[in-house]
Design a protein around this ligand. Structure first.
Ligand SMILES: [Mg+2]
Length: 376
């Protein structure tokens, strides 16, 4: 077989998938459906790689924007490019188009999928080799119906899940405190509890609220204040015993440098859609590692393809020690586009062993389980 792996064909599909539960998280509340973009690249030799852009309007932009970026702006740069020259293409895409990190992440994962299939190796091996075989899975408590979430927690703890992240700052503070109390009183210290404000608090008065929350011993408090208030984030990091984790304040390596310089957080959330791909996630974690900040594997609205890429990346990135929130295909999307989801066992995502991203995409499942809004 030729080793050139020249990209000969590009197909991009904008899909809308139903979700099982409403999600209320302070900003960008979601109910009913989510939109994503699937990318299929095929080489001259017939090797296929899949990628996925799963944006969220309040983070990186719209699925329609990612679709247009891939179909119009990036397509001419991708076609004819050797799939093995991943960094070279990433640099070219950056020269051609500002932002659109979700679309660029989709391209990178499709290229890695191709190279992995051609080499017969999982993507984690191309990223340095795995340092872990499973990633503890966190589930987010974000249902407007808190009792429904408590019922889910009972079922999930029985299956070995320990990590739960409560979305706070949406309801009145007293309700947040009551919910945290209810969780600790029912589950005790058997659960590893985290809270995520999704930027909901004003800096004015935030410290007093977070001191109340701290009484429930969360492992970390995620993004309490808006992303641009790094000084307020730094003040909270200095004042509280509980570690502060930066999510919206930390998209890429440049943001991590600023967080480190201003001592604005104790940990960072890493998302392929924020930083633009697996290599960039590893680049930002290199800075975080050097500064002693652990990483957490966050998500926007990814399905199985993008989460497989995130799984491969975290498997090969030592500093991401706080687990991941890759629960969408198992708990939120009613169906996915894979023949079988990436397995979850004993409360942890199991890193796939197969070549490339380690998944099998089903064209039939795409048509059955999602509404196709556009394809090109
Ligand atoms: Mg977050």
């Amino acid at each position: 077989m030729s080793r050139d792996l020249i990209i000969e064909h590009l197909r991009v599909v904008l899909i809308e998938s139903p979700i099982r539960m409403a999600r209320r998280q302070g900003v960008g509340d979601v109910g009913g459906t989510v939109k994503r973009v699937l990318l299929r690249l095929t080489t001259r030799e017939g090797v296929v790689g899949w990628g996925e852009a799963a944006p969220w309007e309040v983070f990186t932009g719209t699925a329609e924007g990612a679709f247009a970026a891939l179909d119009r702006t990036l397509r001419p740069l991708i076609l004819g490019h050797p799939a093995r020259r991943i960094r070279a293409l990433a640099a070219g895409l950056d020269r051609a188009l500002v932002g659109h990190t979700d679309a660029k992440a989709a391209v990178e994962m499709a290229l890695f999928d191709i190279v992995g299939h051609a080499a017969g190796l999982p993507v984690a091996d191309l990223l340095g080799g795995r340092v872990r075989d499973a990633i503890p899975l966190s589930f987010s408590i974000a249902d407007p119906d808190f009792d429904a979430d408590l019922a889910r927690m009972r079922a999930m703890t029985a299956q070995g899940h320990r990590l739960f992240k409560v979305k706070t700052g949406v309801r009145p503070h007293a309700e947040d405190v009551a919910h945290l109390a209810a969780i600790r009183s029912e589950f005790g210290d058997g659960v590893d509890l985290r809270v995520d404000y999704n930027q909901a608090l004003a800096p004015f008065g935030a410290l007093a609220r977070l001191r109340d929350v701290e009484a429930f011993r969360p492992t970390f408090i995620e993004q309490p204040v808006p992303r641009r208030h790094l000084d307020a984030l730094a003040a909270l990091t200095a004042a509280l015993d509980t570690p502060i984790l930066a999510d919206e304040s930390c998209f890429d390596a440049a943001d991590v440098m600023e967080v480190v310089r201003r001592q604005a957080a104790d940990a960072v959330s890493v998302k392929l859609m924020k930083c633009g791909g697996m290599l960039r996630a590893q680049a930002l974690m290199a800075i975080a590692d050097t500064a002693g900040l652990p990483g957490y594997g966050g998500t926007l609205w990814e399905g199985g393809i993008a989460l497989a890429a995130g799984t491969q990346m975290i498997a090969a990135t030592p500093g991401i020690t706080l687990g991941c929130e890759f629960y969408m295909p198992h708990h939120v999307l009613t169906e996915d586009v894979l023949e079988a989801p990436v397995p979850v066992r004993d409360g942890a995502v199991v890193v796939p062993d197969g070549p490339g991203l380690g998944i099998r995409v089903s064209e039939a499942a795409i048509r059955q389980n999602a509404r196709i809004l556009a394809e090109a």
